[in-house]
Design a protein around this ligand. Structure first.
Ligand SMILES: [Zn+2]
Ligand SMILES: [Zn+2]
Length: 424
C-alpha cells in the first residue's frame, strides 16, 4: 500500500524559518515607516462578501473575473478570500464610521491575499502584501507623499535601482470622453487586436492599453493619450503631484499606458519597478487615488489614495541584492554531559531566562564535541560546560572562546559572573 503524501495546494507554499526572517524584517521596516508617517495598523477578515470586490475592483477585471477564490458557506453566503487590500479597508472605513474621525485616516496592513492565478515562478496563489492607505484628503500632496513613503520604504529594505512610473486616469468628468475616443480608435483597428483585447474593448477599454501581447503594441503606441483629455482640475492635480516629486527630487517617468487594471482608480496611478543589470523590469507594487471607491461602496464622497507592494517580490530582490545578516543574539551556550548535568540544565536555562539573558543549547546531543561544534557555528563567545563532576560539586566551567581562557565558577553565582562579563 502506498502512503498518502500531503502537499501544499498548488501555487501555495510554506514559509519556513529561513524565509520567515525576511517577512519579519519587511514587516518591522513597514511598521517603522508607518509609525513615522502616522499610519495605524488595520486587520480585516480574510473573507469578505464576494460582491464587495465585484463592486470595487470591477467585474470585468482579471482579479474578479478569473482569479477569486469564492466559497459558499453553510448559510449560503458567497464569501471570497480577499484578493487585494484596498476594498476591505474602504469597507471598514464605512462600516466603522471613520469619517467621524479627524481626517485623513491613515491605515496600513501587512497581510496574506489570495488569487487563483496560473502558477509561475515567484507568483503565489497565497501571497503577502504590505499597503498604506490615506483616506479623506484629495490634495495632490497626499499622492506625492505616498510615493515618497513607497520610495523610502524600498530604500530601508536596501532595494536599489527602482523607477516610478506615473500616469493620471482622470475622473468621472473627463474620463468618459477619453474612453469614447479610445473606443472608436480601437474599433477601427479591431482586426489587429489580440483576442483578449477584442474582448477588453467592449468590457474594460482602458485595459487594452495594459496589453503585453506583441500584436497590440504598434496600435497601442499611436492610441490617444489620456493626458490630452484631462479636465482642468485633473490636469492641475497631476501637474502638482509631479511638481512635488520634483521638489523632493524623486525621479519618475510618465507612462501614458499605465492603467492599473482595477476599476476604482481615479486621477494619479503609479507603479514602482526594480531594474536589473539587463534592464529587465520587475514590478514591485503600485497604487493610486481612488476618490470614488468609498462612494461606490455605499459610503459618502470621500477621496483617498493608497499604495501596496508584493512582499514575495521584495524578498526575491532582497535575496539577490543584499543578504539579511544572520544574527545570533545569544551570548552564552550551555553544553552538558552526563545525566545529572542534563537534569540541572533545564533549571540553569530557566535562571538565564528570568534574567533575560539568551542562552543557546543543544540539549538533545550527548557528545560534548558535537555541542561545542554547534556553539562554534553560532559564533558564541561564552560557553558553559557542565560535566558530571562539576554537576556533583555544584560548579560549572566557563570557556571564553575569544581568549581561550577557561575557569571554574560556582553554580550559585553563575548568572552574576556572566552578567559581569557581558557588561564589559
Ligand atoms: Zn492585446
Ligand atoms: Zn477630470
Amino acid at each position: 500500500m502506498s502512503r498518502i503524501k500531503f502537499q501544499t495546494p498548488t501555487g501555495m507554499h510554506d514559509i519556513l524559518p529561513e524565509e520567515e526572517k525576511y517577512y519579519y524584517f519587511i514587516a518591522e521596516k513597514a511598521k517603522k515607516i508607518a509609525d513615522f508617517y502616522g499610519f495605524g495598523k488595520i486587520e480585516t477578515p480574510i473573507l469578505e462578501e464576494q460582491s464587495l470586490f465585484e463592486k470595487s475592483v470591477g467585474k470585468e477585471t482579471d482579479i474578479v473575473g478569473k482569479e477569486m477564490y469564492t466559497l459558499k458557506t453553510k448559510g449560503n453566503d458567497l464569501l471570497t478570500l480577499r484578493p487585494e487590500g484596498t476594498a476591505p479597508v474602504a469597507r471598514s472605513y464605512i462600516e466603522n464610521g471613520m469619517y467621524n474621525l479627524p481626517q485623513p485616516v491613515k491605515l496600513w496592513y501587512f497581510a496574506p491575499f489570495f488569487r487563483y492565478e496560473r502558477p509561475q515562478a515567484g507568483r503565489y496563489r497565497q501571497f503577502w502584501q504590505v499597503g498604506f492607505e490615506n483616506i479623506g484628503e484629495e490634495g495632490s500632496i497626499i499622492d506625492a507623499q505616498l510615493i515618497q513613503i513607497l520610495s523610502n520604504f524600498l530604500e530601508e529594505l536596501k532595494i536599489k535601482n527602482t523607477i516610478i512610473e506615473i500616469n493620471s486616469l482622470g475622473d468621472k468628468e473627463c474620463r468618459p470622453t477619453y474612453k469614447k475616443k479610445l473606443s472608436s480608435y480601437f474599433k477601427k483597428r479591431e482586426n489587429s487586436l489580440c483576442t483578449d483585447c477584442k474582448k477588453r474593448r467592449k468590457t474594460n477599454i482602458l485595459r487594452v492599453l495594459d496589453c503585453k501581447q506583441d500584436k497590440c503594441q504598434p496600435i497601442k503606441t499611436n492610441a490617444p493619450q489620456i493626458l490630452d483629455f484631462l479636465c482642468v482640475k485633473c490636469k492641475n492635480h497631476f501637474r502638482e503631484v509631479l511638481e512635488y516629486l520634483d521638489e523632493i527630487e524623486l525621479p519618475y517617468s510618465l507612462n501614458s499606458s499605465l492603467v492599473r487594471g482595477l476599476d476604482y482608480y481615479t486621477r494619479t496611478v503609479f507603479e514602482i519597478f526594480a531594474t536589473d543589470k539587463e534592464s529587465n523590469k520587475l514590478a514591485l507594487g503600485g497604487g493610486g487615488r481612488y476618490d470614488d471607491l468609498i462612494n461606490m461602496l455605499g459610503g459618502r464622497e470621500i477621496p483617498a489614495c493608497g499604495v501596496s507592494l508584493g512582499v514575495e517580490r521584495l524578498i526575491e530582490l532582497m535575496k539577490k541584492q543584499n543578504e539579511i545578516e544572520e544574527k545570533n543574539d545569544a551570548p552564552v551556550f550551555l553544553a552538558q554531559t552526563g545525566n545529572l548535568s542534563k537534569r540541572k540544565s533545564l533549571k540553569i536555562i530557566e535562571e538565564f531566562r528570568k534574567k533575560r539573558i539568551k542562552v543557546a543549547e543543544s540539549l538533545g546531543r550527548d557528545s560534548l564535541r558535537a555541542q561545542l561544534n554547534r556553539a562554534d557555528k553560532l559564533n558564541i563567545r561564552y560557553v558553559l560546560i557542565l560535566g558530571q563532576k562539576e554537576a556533583l560539586d555544584n560548579k560549572i566551567i566557563l570557556r571564553d572562546m575569544e581568549t581561550g581562557k577557561q575557569e571554574e565558577l560556582e553554580l550559585d553565582s553563575l548568572i552574576k559572573e556572566i552578567k559581569k562579563r557581558l557588561k564589559k
